[in-house]
Design a protein around this ligand. Structure first.
Ligand code: F6R
Length: 248
């Protein structure tokens, strides 16, 4: 996997936001929609901040953009300040001119007996939009991309999953206690992610170093679901120095 080591997170965010803006403008010129796959969490925050800046200061328009988020906790009230719906509006959608009907985030309120149907419809909607042009990813210390935890297979699609213990522990900082962390989520699958035409993974800081090494240098395996990215022909990994500190 090609790795780009940046001076700092901000430099990486500017580069990645630039790639996204180029796609949006190219599609605009052809009267086409740009389809973005988006992630939540700390890794993409500065990318979204840069996109907001480009909208406000440079007039970058998101009128021709459709987005699909990777995942949402389950169950989750979208109005909760812990929801990924809330996160995306706070960090991006409230500050740009995207059409609300073009924003797609898995629904954490779907009744349990309708989850499978919802997930199939999410896959259909991605296909109907023409597939994802650029997918933004972070990586979890469990090796997850989206919420595809260890054990996830290459042919997995959008579905309800149980979160790994490491993921639950890492989420305590957001929820206050382990009991408050939802233990399940709806996530795009590995196959869904690998169907994107271009994939950009951002990993910042020393805490991601060991898992990034496993993803990049280790075998392709369900033990490290992010390693499935080795099977894709257009993945770029953006990291800072601390994130590669444990590489030899
Ligand atoms: C979030 C997601 C997760 C995160 C990962 C890293 O939508 O799908 O895979 O990207 O857990 O999270 P941060 O960036 O907070 O370290």
């Amino acid at each position: 996997l090609p790795v780009q080591i940046l001076e700092n997170q901000q430099e990486g965010a500017v580069l990645i936001a630039g790639l996204i803006a180029d796609l949006i403008k190219e599609k605009q010129a052809n009267n086409e929609m740009a389809v973005l796959g988006l992630a939540t969490g700390s890794s993409p925050i500065k990318i979204y901040r840069e996109l907001v800046r480009m909208h406000k200061e440079e007039g970058l328009s998101f009128q021709n953009v459709i987005t699909f988020n990777l995942d949402e906790y389950y169950p989750m009230d979208p109005a909760s300040n812990k929801s990924y719906v809330h996160f995306m509006h706070e960090n991006l959608f409230n500050h740009i001119d995207i059409k609300p009907e073009n924003v797609n985030i898995p629904d954490g309120t779907v009744a349990i007996d309708q989850v499978a149907e919802f997930c199939a419809a999410y896959e259909e909607k991605i296909l109907a939009a023409g597939g994802i042009d650029i997918q933004i990813l972070g990586i979890g210390r469990s090796g997850h991309i989206g919420f595809n935890e260890p054990g996830s297979t290459a042919n997995s699609t959008t579905r309800l999953v149980k979160l790994d213990g490491i993921t639950i522990r890492d989420a305590i900082k957001d929820f206050g206690s382990e009991e408050a962390v939802p233990h399940r989520a709806i996530t795009m699958g590995i196959e869904t992610i690998l169907s994107a035409r271009k994939i950009i993974l951002a990993g910042w800081g020393k805490s991601k170093s060991a898992i990034l090494k496993a993803m990049i240098e280790g075998p392709v395996s369900s033990d490290v679901p992010a390693s499935f990215l080795q099977l894709h022909n257009d993945v770029s990994v953006y990291v800072d120095e601390p994130a590669v500190s444990e590489f030899t």
